[in-house]
Design a binder for this molecule. Structure first.
Ligand code: F6P
Length: 420
């Protein structure tokens, strides 16, 4: 079999450690030069393949590729761009295959979440039907931690650590002046349908009763009366109240507390702004002074406080993806398998893409406390190992030193343009 090149693309919201997966892919492929030619990356994700805008990662030094482990964001660019079904938009798939053929690409590594695994699955099926089989391997990534089968998703451990640390630190700040000033602090975190990140806020508490005093999960329909009663009681007994709210918190009828009215390319409602809604509700009904913060992109880019466990797992799934492809596996995704909680032990397993695509794993009931406002011991047992270990980047002049790749374009081979 002639040596094929590989195509790697980052997809969807980026994380503090997605580049560690890229590093795992590229370093492992470089160790198997007899089987894999070059690794091309898509500039801005799959859009790079459609527009034949490929990046030649062989132009990057081993040192810069290794430094990807420390850099947040998507080193090659990412996108939210949904490939439709074959019947709806055959031209898109034909174009992908045309570009793959032109550049002798035989392996497709797609680093993303639920929607991306669906795309990778479709490409694996369509390549075959168009007479150009492609080995497609998904690489899990999402701060939302909502992919099924895998015990957890690379990207989540670091965002969870950032939220746990920030909640702890902000709580100490609020407590300092709570007698005369701010009584309520609200931190908004990501996670549109699953409350994994919100739950991670619970790790800020060392002892029962510590902040955060209230967590609002998407899995628990919002009950204003119960919520306000809990805020009041907490302020009366502790003098302050720290609330972590998921952007996906919603009313019993399914309406988001923070529906911003916009939709993205996947038709998802764009969220943001639940913290001011909740804070103002407290102020209007209880009169307490508040501060709030929207962690937003700060949480998923916080590489300076990344979890070592998360970093190791992000690298491991990138490496495993290449190994799987070389073993002739197709339409699969490496998953993280938990072997024990304490000591925490994990390994890499395998899932069929068809079983992962478009499915969301929400927080189990057993991880949410009876009153719906906190996490249980089981939740803590699950979450804690994922945030463990510090993986500080190198610093220079007081800020982290993050690599910027050259991202040299591969010369185009096709005459035709493709409009996305
Ligand atoms: O997919 C991860 C995620 O970070 C979600 O938690 C969040 O709602 C969304 O991405 C934000 O998406 P975007 O960056 O496209 O606005």
């Amino acid at each position: 079999m002639s040596r094929k090149n590989a195509f790697y693309a980052q997809s969807g919201g980026v994380t503090a450690v997605i580049n560690a997966s890229a590093c795992g892919v590229i370093e492992t492929a470089r160790q198997h030069r007899d089987k894999i030619g070059k690794v091309y990356a898509g500039r801005d994700g799959i859009i790079g393949a459609l527009t034949e805008d490929l990046i030649d990662t062989s132009k990057e030094s081993a040192r810069d590729i290794a430094a990807l482990k420390f850099a947040p964001g998507g080193a090659f660019g990412s996108c939210r761009y949904k490939l439709k079904g074959l019947e709806e938009n055959r031209a898109q798939y034909e174009r992908l295959i045309e570009v793959f053929k032109a550049h002798n690409i035989g392996y497709f590594f797609y680093n993303g979440g639920n929607d991306s695994m669906d795309t990778a699955h479709k490409v694996s099926q369509i390549g075959k039907s168009l007479g150009y089989p492609i080995t497609c391997v998904g690489i899990p990534k999402t701060v939302d931690n909502d992919l099924p089968i895998t015990d957890n998703c690379p990207g989540f451990g670091s965002v969870a650590k950032y939220i746990a640390v920030s909640t702890k630190e902000a709580a100490m700040d609020v407590l300092s002046m709570s007698r005369t000033s701010t009584k309520v602090f609200v931190l908004e975190v990501m996670g549109r349908h699953a409350g994994w990140i919100a739950a991670a806020g619970g790790l800020a508490a060392d002892n029962p009763g510590d902040a955060p005093h209230i967590i609002l999960f998407p899995e628990v329909p919002f009950n204003q009366e119960k919520f306000l009663a809990k805020v009041k009681k907490t302020v009366e007994t502790k003098s302050y109240c720290v609330i972590v709210v998921s952007e996906g918190a919603s009313y019993p009828d399914g309406r988001f507390l923070a529906d911003a009215g916009n939709k993205d390319a996947f038709g998802h409602v764009q969220l943001g702004g639940v913290a001011p809604v909740v804070a103002q509700m407290v102020r209007d009904n209880l009169g307490y002074k508040f501060h709030y913060a929207v962690a937003d992109y700060l949480q998923r880019s916080a590489r300076h406080i990344a979890s070592q466990t998360d970093l190791d797992q992000a690298y491991a799934v990138g490496k495993a993806a290449v190994k799987m492809a070389l073993a002739g596996k197709n339409a699969v995704m490496p998953v993280i398998v938990r072997k024990s909680d304490s000591p925490y032990r994990w390994g890499i397993g395998e899932a069929k893409l068809g079983r992962v695509a478009n499915k969301e794993k929400i927080l189990p009931k057993s991880y949410i406390s009876k009153d719906g406002f906190g996490i249980t011991a089981a939740g803590r047992r699950y979450l804690e190992p994922l945030i463990k270990g510090e993986a500080y980047p190198p610093y220079k002049n007081g800020t982290p030193r993050y690599v910027r790749l050259k991202n040299v374009a591969v010369p185009k081979k096709l005459d035709s343009d493709f409009v996305i």
